[in-house]
Design a protein around this ligand. Structure first.
Ligand code: GRG
Length: 342
């Protein structure tokens, strides 16, 4: 007899209200006791962890709950003067993933003078390959994620002219599959997280109109399950982070209304921990800053408000940062005009 596969979940009914004060408390407390098991075990991605937590706080206008001088001192500690890249934590290796997170934090605090930004530009420039792709670091792995990080970093630094932008876009397009999705490199399996990287890179480069958006839009819509949540690829369980990767991609493609938004909101609200604050991947699981940012980010994209004291600020679908920061930097991305299902 064939084994039965479980690829969806049943939600609690009704879902809780949006508990923004609890989420702000959860995030500002996170990492204050340095001996916590989870905190210690996530050192290898600390810089991105800081970006997730600080961005979520900034969406609730609570950035002031963390001392800015501590944040900037951490950023400076992780800057590698030799390569111009950032590491996730002191004494780790620099990588383009953490370089984007560091520059996003620098932009959030308007602290571009905190490090030598011309060195960051040289670091990114050194990672581009002849086919337009990017290495993540000196070890030579290629991934569409690294293209997004490289291009987004340069855009925040206003230095997109430092790379061959047309070739960067050509490489992204070479990763599109017959099903409309994108994989990590040419011929690799389509995945919602990698699609976000592809669509986001093309949006910054203003080349989104080079892709088959209808085909990709359908693949993305098919990620929505009966529970209302999205998975990242067929036959997988829903996870609140895909609310962001899928919805942000659909938003850039002008196809946000191709999904059942009410059902998605219900799923996201169900992933909150009503006693500790924070969001988990699925209802009842352990919460963390990663899922908290992407749960709140998706609610912000949907314009969801359910709260009198705190409100969610508008988020930029490409940079996953508060829109007011992107406006202040006068960065414009390409968002396709909305339209009905075709
Ligand atoms: C600024 C928001 C922002 C992002 C920076 C690093 C990055 C750019 C985006 C990451 C995109 C992402 C989530 C890629 C997923 C890669 C992947 C193949 C994951 C597969 O993980 P599994 O197998 O997950 O654990 P599923 O859900 O497929 O089972």
């Amino acid at each position: 007899m064939a084994a039965s596969l479980s690829t969806d979940i049943i939600l609690p009914n009704p879902p809780p209200d949006l508990l923004l004060p609890k989420h702000a408390e959860f995030l500002s407390r996170y990492g204050t006791s340095k001996e916590d098991y989870e905190y210690c075990m996530t050192e290898f991605l600390r810089m991105s962890g800081m970006y997730w937590g600080l961005t979520a706080l900034s969406l609730m206008d609570k950035l002031d709950s963390v001392p800015p001088s501590d944040v900037i001192a951490f950023i400076q500690d992780c800057f590698d003067e030799t390569t111009g890249g950032f590491s996730p934590a002191k004494d780790h290796d620099p990588h383009v993933l953490y370089t984007l997170s560091a520059v996003q934090i620098i932009a959030m605090y308007d602290e571009f003078k905190a490090v030598d930004c011309s060195k960051i530009v040289s670091f990114i420039q050194s990672l581009q390959q002849a086919d337009g792709s990017f290495f993540g670091d000196q070890y030579g792995e290629v991934d569409i994620r690294f293209s997004f990080c490289a291009v987004a970093t340069l855009s925040l630094l206003k230095k997109l002219d430092a790379i061959n932008a047309r070739k960067a876009a050509d490489f992204i397009l070479s990763c599109q599959n017959f099903d409309g999705g994108f994989g990590s490199k040419p011929g690799s399996e389509s995945h919602a997280g990698l699609i976000y990287c592809a669509v986001g890179t093309l949006s910054i480069l203003k080349e989104v109109d080079r892709i088959n958006s209808d085909l990709l839009g359908w693949w993305l819509c098919e990620r929505q399950l009966k529970s209302g949540g999205f998975n990242g690829r067929p036959e997988k369980l829903p996870d609140v982070c895909y609310s962001w990767w899928v919805l942000a991609s659909l938003t850039i493609l002008g196809r946000q209304d191709w999904i059942d938004q009410k059902a998605l909101i219900k799923f996201i609200l169900s992933c909150q921990d009503t006693s500790t604050g924070g969001f988990a991947d699925r209802p009842g699981d352990v919460v963390d800053p990663f899922h908290t940012l992407f749960g709140l980010g998706a609610l912000s994209l949907l314009g969801y408000q359910d709260e009198k004291l705190l409100k969610l600020k508008k988020i930029n679908p490409v940079f996953c940062m508060s829109q007011d920061i992107i406006d202040k930097l006068e960065i414009e991305v390409q968002i396709l005009p909305g339209g009905g299902a075709s």
